[in-house]
Design a protein. Structure first.
Length: 283
Protein backbone atom coordinates (compact mmCIF):
# COMPACT_ATOMS: atom_id res chain seq x y z
CA UNK A 1 0.00 0.00 0.00
CA UNK A 2 1.08 3.58 -0.55
CA UNK A 3 1.37 6.18 2.19
CA UNK A 4 -1.85 7.83 0.96
CA UNK A 5 -4.05 4.97 2.16
CA UNK A 6 -6.63 5.31 4.93
CA UNK A 7 -5.32 5.83 8.39
CA UNK A 8 -1.71 6.59 7.46
CA UNK A 9 -2.00 10.11 8.84
CA UNK A 10 -3.35 8.56 12.04
CA UNK A 11 -0.64 5.91 12.08
CA UNK A 12 -0.88 2.18 11.66
CA UNK A 13 -1.41 -0.88 13.85
CA UNK A 14 0.53 -4.13 13.93
CA UNK A 15 -1.45 -7.38 13.75
CA UNK A 16 1.10 -10.10 14.46
CA UNK A 17 3.50 -9.92 11.54
CA UNK A 18 1.34 -7.52 9.53
CA UNK A 19 0.88 -3.75 9.65
CA UNK A 20 -2.53 -2.39 8.68
CA UNK A 21 -4.17 1.00 8.40
CA UNK A 22 -6.18 2.16 11.40
CA UNK A 23 -9.58 2.00 9.71
CA UNK A 24 -10.74 -1.34 8.36
CA UNK A 25 -14.06 -2.57 6.99
CA UNK A 26 -16.76 -4.45 8.88
CA UNK A 27 -19.09 -6.69 6.90
CA UNK A 28 -21.91 -7.79 9.21
CA UNK A 29 -24.55 -6.65 6.67
CA UNK A 30 -22.80 -7.92 3.54
CA UNK A 31 -24.71 -10.24 1.21
CA UNK A 32 -23.49 -11.73 -2.04
CA UNK A 33 -24.68 -9.36 -4.76
CA UNK A 34 -22.70 -7.73 -7.59
CA UNK A 35 -23.12 -4.28 -6.04
CA UNK A 36 -21.79 -5.39 -2.66
CA UNK A 37 -18.87 -7.26 -4.21
CA UNK A 38 -17.97 -4.04 -6.01
CA UNK A 39 -18.02 -2.13 -2.69
CA UNK A 40 -15.52 -4.61 -1.27
CA UNK A 41 -13.22 -4.22 -4.26
CA UNK A 42 -13.57 -0.45 -4.08
CA UNK A 43 -12.57 -0.54 -0.41
CA UNK A 44 -9.36 -2.36 -1.30
CA UNK A 45 -8.70 0.11 -4.13
CA UNK A 46 -9.00 2.92 -1.55
CA UNK A 47 -6.39 1.25 0.64
CA UNK A 48 -8.41 -0.83 3.10
CA UNK A 49 -6.22 -3.73 4.19
CA UNK A 50 -8.32 -5.27 6.99
CA UNK A 51 -11.71 -6.81 6.21
CA UNK A 52 -13.60 -8.25 9.16
CA UNK A 53 -16.39 -10.84 9.09
CA UNK A 54 -17.81 -13.83 11.02
CA UNK A 55 -19.44 -17.12 10.19
CA UNK A 56 -22.80 -15.96 11.62
CA UNK A 57 -22.96 -12.73 9.60
CA UNK A 58 -25.87 -13.07 7.18
CA UNK A 59 -25.89 -16.84 7.72
CA UNK A 60 -22.47 -17.16 6.08
CA UNK A 61 -23.23 -14.90 3.12
CA UNK A 62 -20.74 -12.29 4.31
CA UNK A 63 -17.89 -14.80 4.14
CA UNK A 64 -19.08 -16.09 0.76
CA UNK A 65 -19.13 -12.55 -0.62
CA UNK A 66 -15.60 -11.85 0.57
CA UNK A 67 -14.43 -15.17 -0.84
CA UNK A 68 -15.78 -14.29 -4.25
CA UNK A 69 -14.86 -10.59 -4.31
CA UNK A 70 -11.43 -10.82 -2.68
CA UNK A 71 -9.56 -13.98 -3.69
CA UNK A 72 -6.44 -15.00 -1.72
CA UNK A 73 -4.28 -13.30 -4.33
CA UNK A 74 -5.70 -9.88 -3.34
CA UNK A 75 -2.55 -8.05 -2.28
CA UNK A 76 -1.94 -6.94 1.31
CA UNK A 77 -5.47 -7.59 2.63
CA UNK A 78 -5.93 -9.25 6.01
CA UNK A 79 -9.24 -11.12 6.16
CA UNK A 80 -10.43 -11.77 9.72
CA UNK A 81 -13.33 -13.99 10.68
CA UNK A 82 -14.79 -15.46 13.87
CA UNK A 83 -16.25 -18.69 15.18
CA UNK A 84 -17.86 -19.77 18.41
CA UNK A 85 -21.27 -18.13 18.16
CA UNK A 86 -24.48 -19.70 16.86
CA UNK A 87 -27.92 -18.42 15.97
CA UNK A 88 -30.82 -19.48 18.18
CA UNK A 89 -34.52 -18.65 18.35
CA UNK A 90 -33.65 -16.11 21.04
CA UNK A 91 -30.82 -14.52 19.04
CA UNK A 92 -27.24 -15.71 19.54
CA UNK A 93 -25.53 -18.09 21.94
CA UNK A 94 -21.86 -19.02 22.44
CA UNK A 95 -20.62 -22.46 21.43
CA UNK A 96 -16.98 -22.93 22.29
CA UNK A 97 -16.88 -26.71 22.09
CA UNK A 98 -13.84 -27.96 20.17
CA UNK A 99 -16.02 -29.99 17.80
CA UNK A 100 -18.11 -26.94 16.94
CA UNK A 101 -15.10 -24.68 16.45
CA UNK A 102 -13.40 -27.24 14.21
CA UNK A 103 -16.51 -27.53 12.03
CA UNK A 104 -17.09 -23.76 11.99
CA UNK A 105 -13.49 -23.17 10.95
CA UNK A 106 -13.74 -25.59 8.03
CA UNK A 107 -16.94 -23.94 6.84
CA UNK A 108 -15.39 -20.47 7.04
CA UNK A 109 -12.36 -21.69 5.12
CA UNK A 110 -14.63 -23.07 2.40
CA UNK A 111 -16.78 -19.93 2.12
CA UNK A 112 -13.74 -17.63 2.10
CA UNK A 113 -12.07 -19.82 -0.57
CA UNK A 114 -8.82 -19.98 1.35
CA UNK A 115 -6.46 -22.61 2.67
CA UNK A 116 -5.47 -20.42 5.63
CA UNK A 117 -7.28 -17.69 7.59
CA UNK A 118 -5.24 -14.58 8.37
CA UNK A 119 -6.91 -13.77 11.69
CA UNK A 120 -9.41 -16.03 13.45
CA UNK A 121 -11.25 -14.86 16.57
CA UNK A 122 -13.03 -16.81 19.25
CA UNK A 123 -16.28 -14.89 18.84
CA UNK A 124 -17.52 -15.26 22.41
CA UNK A 125 -16.42 -17.15 25.50
CA UNK A 126 -18.71 -20.09 26.23
CA UNK A 127 -19.37 -20.31 29.99
CA UNK A 128 -19.85 -24.07 29.61
CA UNK A 129 -16.40 -24.59 28.09
CA UNK A 130 -13.09 -23.42 29.60
CA UNK A 131 -11.57 -20.76 27.36
CA UNK A 132 -8.35 -22.78 27.45
CA UNK A 133 -10.15 -25.66 25.77
CA UNK A 134 -11.73 -23.49 23.06
CA UNK A 135 -8.49 -21.70 22.28
CA UNK A 136 -6.56 -24.95 22.39
CA UNK A 137 -8.51 -25.98 19.29
CA UNK A 138 -7.50 -22.79 17.50
CA UNK A 139 -3.91 -23.20 18.68
CA UNK A 140 -3.82 -26.66 17.10
CA UNK A 141 -5.12 -25.25 13.81
CA UNK A 142 -2.48 -22.54 13.98
CA UNK A 143 0.26 -25.14 14.51
CA UNK A 144 -1.01 -26.88 11.37
CA UNK A 145 -0.50 -23.63 9.44
CA UNK A 146 -4.22 -23.15 8.82
CA UNK A 147 -4.64 -20.07 11.03
CA UNK A 148 -2.07 -17.31 10.80
CA UNK A 149 -3.07 -15.31 13.89
CA UNK A 150 -5.60 -15.67 16.73
CA UNK A 151 -7.81 -13.05 18.36
CA UNK A 152 -10.55 -12.98 20.99
CA UNK A 153 -13.84 -11.10 21.05
CA UNK A 154 -16.28 -9.99 23.76
CA UNK A 155 -13.87 -10.68 26.60
CA UNK A 156 -13.16 -9.35 30.07
CA UNK A 157 -9.66 -8.63 31.33
CA UNK A 158 -9.48 -11.90 33.32
CA UNK A 159 -10.61 -13.85 30.24
CA UNK A 160 -8.03 -12.05 28.11
CA UNK A 161 -5.29 -12.89 30.59
CA UNK A 162 -6.30 -16.56 30.52
CA UNK A 163 -6.39 -16.49 26.72
CA UNK A 164 -2.86 -15.09 26.54
CA UNK A 165 -1.58 -18.03 28.55
CA UNK A 166 -2.80 -20.36 25.78
CA UNK A 167 -2.15 -18.43 22.55
CA UNK A 168 -0.58 -15.23 21.31
CA UNK A 169 -3.53 -12.86 21.10
CA UNK A 170 -2.92 -10.35 18.30
CA UNK A 171 -6.28 -8.53 18.50
CA UNK A 172 -9.22 -8.00 20.84
CA UNK A 173 -12.64 -7.15 19.44
CA UNK A 174 -15.13 -5.71 21.95
CA UNK A 175 -18.04 -3.32 21.65
CA UNK A 176 -16.93 0.31 22.02
CA UNK A 177 -17.99 3.69 20.67
CA UNK A 178 -18.39 7.29 21.77
CA UNK A 179 -21.46 6.36 23.83
CA UNK A 180 -20.68 2.82 24.96
CA UNK A 181 -17.43 2.46 26.89
CA UNK A 182 -18.05 -0.39 29.27
CA UNK A 183 -14.85 -2.05 28.05
CA UNK A 184 -12.50 0.79 29.04
CA UNK A 185 -10.60 -1.61 31.31
CA UNK A 186 -10.03 -4.01 28.41
CA UNK A 187 -8.89 -1.13 26.22
CA UNK A 188 -6.40 0.00 28.88
CA UNK A 189 -5.08 -3.56 29.18
CA UNK A 190 -4.59 -3.69 25.40
CA UNK A 191 -2.71 -0.39 25.51
CA UNK A 192 -0.33 -1.67 28.20
CA UNK A 193 0.35 -4.85 26.23
CA UNK A 194 0.32 -3.28 22.73
CA UNK A 195 -2.61 -5.39 21.52
CA UNK A 196 -4.82 -3.85 18.81
CA UNK A 197 -8.33 -3.12 20.12
CA UNK A 198 -10.99 -3.51 17.42
CA UNK A 199 -14.23 -1.77 18.47
CA UNK A 200 -17.39 -3.25 17.04
CA UNK A 201 -20.42 -1.02 16.54
CA UNK A 202 -17.97 1.94 16.31
CA UNK A 203 -20.77 4.06 14.82
CA UNK A 204 -23.39 3.16 17.44
CA UNK A 205 -25.69 1.37 15.00
CA UNK A 206 -25.89 4.44 12.76
CA UNK A 207 -27.65 6.60 15.38
CA UNK A 208 -24.94 9.19 15.94
CA UNK A 209 -27.07 12.02 14.58
CA UNK A 210 -29.02 11.93 17.85
CA UNK A 211 -26.06 13.43 19.72
CA UNK A 212 -25.89 17.22 20.04
CA UNK A 213 -22.12 17.31 20.83
CA UNK A 214 -21.34 15.18 17.80
CA UNK A 215 -23.50 17.31 15.56
CA UNK A 216 -21.94 20.53 16.83
CA UNK A 217 -18.40 19.31 16.08
CA UNK A 218 -19.50 17.93 12.70
CA UNK A 219 -21.16 21.20 11.69
CA UNK A 220 -18.15 23.21 12.81
CA UNK A 221 -15.78 21.04 10.76
CA UNK A 222 -18.05 20.53 7.77
CA UNK A 223 -17.97 16.76 8.14
CA UNK A 224 -20.43 14.04 9.16
CA UNK A 225 -21.13 12.84 12.74
CA UNK A 226 -19.81 9.43 11.65
CA UNK A 227 -16.47 10.96 10.72
CA UNK A 228 -16.28 12.75 14.05
CA UNK A 229 -17.06 9.54 15.95
CA UNK A 230 -14.33 7.65 14.11
CA UNK A 231 -11.83 10.48 14.64
CA UNK A 232 -12.67 10.39 18.36
CA UNK A 233 -11.92 6.65 18.49
CA UNK A 234 -8.59 7.09 16.71
CA UNK A 235 -7.64 9.87 19.11
CA UNK A 236 -8.78 7.87 22.12
CA UNK A 237 -6.04 5.26 21.83
CA UNK A 238 -3.09 4.41 19.61
CA UNK A 239 -4.15 0.72 19.60
CA UNK A 240 -7.68 1.52 18.39
CA UNK A 241 -8.59 -0.11 15.05
CA UNK A 242 -12.19 0.67 14.05
CA UNK A 243 -13.98 -1.45 11.43
CA UNK A 244 -17.05 0.57 10.38
CA UNK A 245 -19.37 -1.27 8.03
CA UNK A 246 -21.26 0.21 5.11
CA UNK A 247 -23.01 -0.77 1.88
CA UNK A 248 -22.56 2.72 0.40
CA UNK A 249 -19.52 3.84 -1.56
CA UNK A 250 -20.05 7.42 -0.40
CA UNK A 251 -20.13 6.37 3.24
CA UNK A 252 -17.09 4.17 2.68
CA UNK A 253 -15.11 7.12 1.38
CA UNK A 254 -16.34 9.33 4.25
CA UNK A 255 -15.39 6.73 6.84
CA UNK A 256 -11.87 6.38 5.47
CA UNK A 257 -11.45 10.16 5.29
CA UNK A 258 -12.03 10.31 9.06
CA UNK A 259 -8.40 9.23 9.48
CA UNK A 260 -7.39 12.72 8.35
CA UNK A 261 -9.65 14.49 10.87
CA UNK A 262 -7.66 15.58 13.94
CA UNK A 263 -9.90 16.76 16.77
CA UNK A 264 -8.64 19.53 19.02
CA UNK A 265 -8.65 19.37 22.83
CA UNK A 266 -11.95 21.19 23.27
CA UNK A 267 -13.69 19.01 20.69
CA UNK A 268 -12.33 15.85 22.26
CA UNK A 269 -13.44 16.93 25.75
CA UNK A 270 -16.96 17.64 24.52
CA UNK A 271 -17.17 14.16 23.04
CA UNK A 272 -15.60 12.55 26.10
CA UNK A 273 -18.65 13.83 27.99
CA UNK A 274 -21.14 12.22 25.58
CA UNK A 275 -23.75 9.90 27.00
CA UNK A 276 -26.32 7.60 25.43
CA UNK A 277 -29.01 9.53 23.53
CA UNK A 278 -32.29 9.91 25.47
CA UNK A 279 -34.49 6.83 25.13
CA UNK A 280 -31.66 4.66 23.79
CA UNK A 281 -29.60 2.06 25.56
CA UNK A 282 -26.84 -0.40 24.90
CA UNK A 283 -28.10 -3.74 23.64
Amino acid sequence: MTDSGPGKSAGSVTLGDRTVHRIGLGTNRVTNTPAVREILRRAVDLGVDLVDTADVYQHGSSEETIGEALPPTTADVVVATKGGLIRTEQGYAPDGRPEHLSHAFEESLRRLRRDRIDLYYLHRVDPRVPIEESLGTLRDLQKQGRIRHIGVSNVTVPELERARRVVTVVAVQNRFNVFEREHEEVLRYCEVHSIPFVPWFPLFRGKLEQSKPLNLVAQKRGVTPHQVALAWLLRRSSVMLPIPGTLSERHLEENLAAADLALDEDEARSLDACSLPPGDRAE
